[in-house]
Ligand binder design. Structure first.
Ligand code: GLU
Length: 446
């Protein structure tokens, strides 16, 4: 295959949410797996709803997920290219002016429905004579422009859904240009995909009908048709759709909860698929797990509890290199040994700070039986400590004090960490070190 070029094409009308993360990730992972490139395209032709704060947030939120686009374009800067394409369609008789108001169209639709007819645009505007058009414009009406669909079936081999087809005879001719001359999404998307040589269009299945229409537009423009794939849509656990404008489950909101981006990514693309959702330690690993052909056809349910659990499991297996920078940013200097000691106990990465504090001190130890603690202290071996030190030391303490199990381990844990629960002491003891261990066993803050 030629080098794939995929694109993610959000409208900057809200913060990206977990549902938007899915096409972004499906495209990004596809590009990673096939050594392709990833285009970020701002679908910002709707000037009224597009906001710069949302536009600025998009690359930040994508970067959190690990997505860094190879190129970025803005539709609002490319209007002349769309004008040229529209002109080409007009010249070919495929784009025609219509003068109906929204009210008129609505009444017409209702009459059709009342008569049991499909509410398809009746192409009345195609029958207007030149004089009638002039008369309508003299009334002050401005045309919107519809694409003349060919009444035939459009078929494609979908990366997710397999052989797919839509009968365009049952569709209304889509409006491509509004009365004010602005473009709806349909045409600019095709023009950009054609112009930039997008090879694969991977997007939600809410675009299946658009695909049939857009394939006819690609053909009308004489452009190469990309390969299409339509993934299922995400709903909340109770089955409702996610709304970008509500900011529901926005990526920034999720980031603030401290959830792992890799868990968000894995859940976003594996949820509801035939492959179990499992923790991954890199997007490349995830790229190799995602098979578009295995993505379920049923809506995928997003469960926040599942995400939390996956986030914890993700942390538990992440190698030190994957978190080193973030640990340093949190002021945690314990390096790989600390990470390996504590990762299994974390629900959120930031909790590593608490364990770093336990290792570093000072903390107030809990020593209930001073004599027991003194015996334990006297048996603490000389440094260097390693992962076997804990076992040999506690064997010696057990033998000397006649204790075992919880009666042996709990007082030592309470003295060394001040807490009843925590990471394996075999891993923590070498990090705490002999000097601090002795002071804590003596009940001193250290
Ligand atoms: N702006 C469109 C959307 O967010 C892009 C769809 C597409 O990928 O073509 O739904």
């Amino acid at each position: 295959m030629t080098t794939p070029l995929v694109r993610f094409a959000p409208s900057p009308t809200g913060y990206l949410h977990i549902g938007n993360a899915r096409p972004a990730l499906f495209n990004w992972l596809f590009a990673r797996r096939h050594a392709g490139r990833f285009l970020l395209r701002y679908d910002d032709t709707d000037v009224a709803r597009s906001k710069s704060e949302f536009a600025e947030a998009i690359p930040v939120d994508l970067a959190w997920l690990g997505i860094v686009p190879d190129l970025v374009i803005r539709q609002s800067e490319r209007l002349a290219i769309y004008d040229a394409a529209a002109e080409k369609l007009r010249a070919a008789g495929r784009l025609y002016p219509c003068y109906e108001t929204a009210d008129e169209l609505d009444r017409r639709r209702k009459r059709q429905l009342a008569r049991g007819l499909p509410p398809v645009y009746d192409r009345a505007a195609l029958k207007l004579t030149a004089e009638e058009r002039v008369a309508l414009e003299a009334e002050g009406r401005k045309p919107h422009w519809r694409f003349l669909l060919e009444a035939r079936e459009v078929a494609w081999d979908d990366l997710v859904r397999g052989a797919s087809h839509v009968d365009c005879a049952s569709l209304s001719d889509p409006v491509l240009v509004r009365e004010d001359g602005s473009y709806l999404y349909t045409l600019p998307s095709v023009v950009d995909d054609a112009e930039l040589g997008v090879t694969h269009v991977i997007r939600g299945e809410d675009h299946v009908t658009n695909t049939a229409v857009q394939i006819q537009i690609f053909e009308a423009l004489g452009a190469a048709i990309p390969t299409f794939g339509h993934h299922n849509l995400l709903t909340t656990a109770s089955g409702e759709g996610l709304s970008k404008r509500l900011g529901h489950l926005s990526l920034r909101g999720l980031r603030e909860t401290g959830v792992e981006a890799l868990a968000v990514a894995a859940l976003a693309v594996l949820v509801g698929s035939s492959d179990a959702v499992r923790p991954v330690s890199s997007l490349d690993e995830l790229a190799n797990l995602v098979e578009l052909a295995h993505v379920s056809r049923a809506p995928a349910k997003f469960d926040e509890h599942e995400l939390e659990a996956l986030s914890a499991r993700t942390l538990h297996q992440l190698p030190y290199e994957a978190v080193a920078e973030r640990l340093q940013a949190l002021g945690i200097d314990g390096g790989e040994p600390l990470w390996l000691a504590v990762r299994g106990n974390l629900a959120k990465l930031a909790e590593a700070k608490d364990w770093w504090q336990v290792v570093q001190g000072p903390l107030t130890p809990a020593v209930a039986d001073a004599a027991f603690a003194a015996t334990a202290a006297s048996l603490l071996p000389a440094e260097p400590f390693d992962s076997a030190t804990w076992k040999s030391w506690t064997q010696a303490v057990g033998a000397a004090t006649g204790t075992k199990g919880k009666a042996l381990f709990m007082p030592l844990r309470l003295a060394l960490t001040g807490q009843e629960h925590g990471p394996e002491l075999a891993a923590l003891l070498p990090l705490i070190g002999r000097e601090k261990a002795l002071r804590r066993l003596a009940g001193e803050s250290a």
